[in-house]
Design a protein around this ligand. Sequence first.
Ligand SMILES: C[S@@+](CC[C@H](N)C(=O)[O-])C[C@H]1O[C@@H](n2cnc3c(N)ncnc32)[C@H](O)[C@@H]1O
Length: 270
Amino acid sequence: MNPNKALWEKGDFTRIAESMRESGEALVQKIGVANGMKVLDLGCGDGTTALPEARLGADVLGVDIAANLVEAGTRRAKAESLANCRFQEGDASDLRDLKDGSFDLVVSIFGAMFAPRPLDVAREMTRVTRRGGRIVMGNWIPNDPTLVAQILKISSAYSPPPPEGFVSPMTWGIEDNVIERFGAAGVPKDRVSFVRDAYTFRFAAPPAELVDAFRKYYGPTMNAFEAAEKQGRSEDLKTDLEDLFNRENRSSDRGATIIPATYLRVTVTR
Ligand SMILES: C[S@@+](CC[C@H](N)C(=O)[O-])C[C@H]1O[C@@H](n2cnc3c(N)ncnc32)[C@H](O)[C@@H]1O
C-alpha cells in the first residue's frame, strides 16, 4: 500500500474540513475563478474549494489520492446538483491521466504539498496548466507560530524520525524551495509570486473538542498519538495540543473555536 495514500485514508479528513469551509469559499472568491474556466483542484479532499469553484460556473475536476475523500466530494457535489464538479482518484506526483495544457487554473490548497517527490509535483502541475494559465497553491509555513505549523512541531516531538530521504511537506512553505521546484519545471522566477494570508478554522465546540477531532480523524495527528501511546505519553501530547489550541483560539464564545492560521499563497503564471 502506498504510505501517502494510507495516511490520508486512515482518518476522515471531512471532519476537519468542515471547520475550514468559510475560508475555502473566501479564498476561491479571490483567485479569479470564472464561468466556463477549466479548473483542476489537486489534493481536493472532499471539495472545500472545488465546490465553490463549481458554484462560480467553472468546469472542475477534483483529484485526490484518498478514495474516501473522492467519494465524499462526489456525494457533496451531487447533493448540490453540481454536474460541473467531478472527482477522481490520482496522485499529484504523477498525473498521467491528464493531458498537457488541459487546465486554465490548477488549485491546490494544502493538497499537493503533501505528495511525495516535490519536483515531480511541480513538473506535473506545470505540465497540465495551459500557457497563460495559472497555478495557485496554499502551503503551510514551517516554524510559523500559528496553528498548523505548531501542530506539526508538537507532533514531531512524539514521533519517530522520518525515513531517510523524506522531504517534509512544510518545505513547500519556503519561497526559495517553491522557486527552485517550479524553476526545474521550466517556470522563470518572475512568474512565481507569494502572499501570506490567513485561513481560519471555525468549530462549533471548545478547542479541546477540536483537538479530539484531530486525534480521531486527521491521519498525521492519529499517527502522532499512536507513537505517543507507545511511549506512554499520549496524555502529554493531548495537553500540549490543547494548550496550543486554547492559546490560538480567538472566539469570545466559550462553546466555539475560531483559530486563524497563516499560510503561503503561491501563484504561478505559465
Ligand atoms: C489537508 S488536506 C486538504 C484537502 C483540501 N484541499 C481542503 O482544502 O480541504 C490534504 C489533502 O491532500 C491529499 N493528498 C495527499 N497526498 C496526495 C497526493 N500524492 N496526490 C493527491 N492528493 C494528495 C489528501 O488525501 C488530502 O485530501
